[in-house]
Design a protein around this ligand. Structure first.
Ligand code: FMN
Length: 310
């Protein structure tokens, strides 16, 4: 490749709209060699602050994530992997890092580096709320091309739930109604998978997912799987106190499934933690703020010992 081509390629990566990261393959750590501008603005860290470090630092104390475990396994085998992880920006705010990590091989065929392509999954919701209102004028269903069904659980996908949230947000603003969001996490899923194997873990996630969606009874309520054992539910019209009661019911019903989990640090059965947020959106509010709040509440539920709603 000529020098000009190489410069153009460099600028193409530098200015890409998604985060791009290059890291060494090496051992258990994958020190960063390069991050582009989009990755800097997504995380709030400058390239200098990240170079030479492993990006697990973005997980803060949120290490117990099924996606992190899967990523660890895939990277140690030199396989590609796509996961959605809870990460924290430099200012401590939480975001969903949707990443695809691919191995790069040298001339011998051995993996020398990994390249990561990253997106802030909540960014979609920061779009101009007027766009959401426009979708109201057409069909009642969202017009997006988001894939609707999660293959593992049969719930909706996160992308589809976000489309519904944008639509319900616009309606709630117009009618001055409340919108509630639940973020649900399977407690100690890593330990469940390492005790019983991934197939059993998937089956437990499926049972928990059905139980959670069974707690939602009103037309317009929807549940989606985010990734691993993380779920999210949307309940238009529910005020915070009503939503808290539903969240408590979620934790009770999952406990009542009595799915044996002998190594859980919480109980001897599978349990969930639930974060709840509800608001009557004002003009100028965005649904991303409500999602962020429910994630923060989830952190509180977990820090308070899990197996509870906050
Ligand atoms: C190219 C690349 C980019 C990565 N980006 C992130 C990231 O943005 N956020 C994150 O939490 N982990 C990221 N990771 C994953 C962590 O570096 C680490 O591999 C993961 O936490 C699993 O390993 P661990 O269980 O040893 O921590 C990335 C890994 C690679 C190779």
């Amino acid at each position: 490749m000529s020098a000009v081509d190489a410069e153009i390629m460099r600028r193409m990566v530098e200015t890409a709209p998604d985060g791009v990261v290059l890291a060494d393959a090496g051992g258990t750590d994958h020190p960063v060699r390069y991050v582009n501008e989009a990755f800097e603005s997504m995380t709030g860290y400058s390239a200098d602050e990240l170079l030479g470090r492993d990006l697990r630092l973005l997980q803060g104390e949120e290490r117990e994530q099924d996606g992190r475990h899967r990523l660890h396994e895939a990277l140690s085998r030199g396989d590609p992997c796509r996961v959605l992880l809870r990460n924290f920006r430099k200012d401590g705010s939480l975001f969903w890092n949707e990443m695809q990590i691919l191995p790069l091989r040298d001339a011998d065929g051995s993996v020398s580096h990994f390249v990561g392509y990253h997106r802030d999954a909540g960014e979609r919701l920061r779009a101009d709320p007027r766009q959401a209102r426009d979708t109201l004028s057409g069909a009642h269903q969202p017009t997006s091309i988001a894939i609707r069904d999660d293959r593992l659980t049969g719930l909706y996908t996160l992308a589809y739930l976000e489309e519904l949230l944008k639509r319900d947000w616009a309606i709630a603003q117009r009618e001055r109604r409340s919108v509630a969001i639940f973020t649900v996490d399977f407690d100690a899923l890593d330990l469940y998978n390492s005790t019983f194997g991934r197939a059993a873990g998937d089956s437990a996630i499926r049972r928990v997912a059905h139980c959670i969606s069974g707690c939602l009874r009103r037309a317009g309520d929807v549940a989606a799987r985010i990734d691993g054992g993380s779920l999210m539910a949307l309940a238009p019209g529910l005020m915070l106190d009503q939503a808290m009661r539903v969240a408590q019911q979620m934790t009770e019903r999952v406990r009542d499934l009595r799915i044996h989990h002998p190594r859980s640090i919480v109980l001897r059965y599978v349990s969930v933690s639930v974060g709840v947020a509800a608001t009557v959106p004002e003009a100028g509010d965005s649904p991303a703020g409500l999602l962020q709040k429910s994630h923060m509440q989830l952190q509180i539920a977990k820090r308070s010992g899990r197996n509870q709603a906050a």
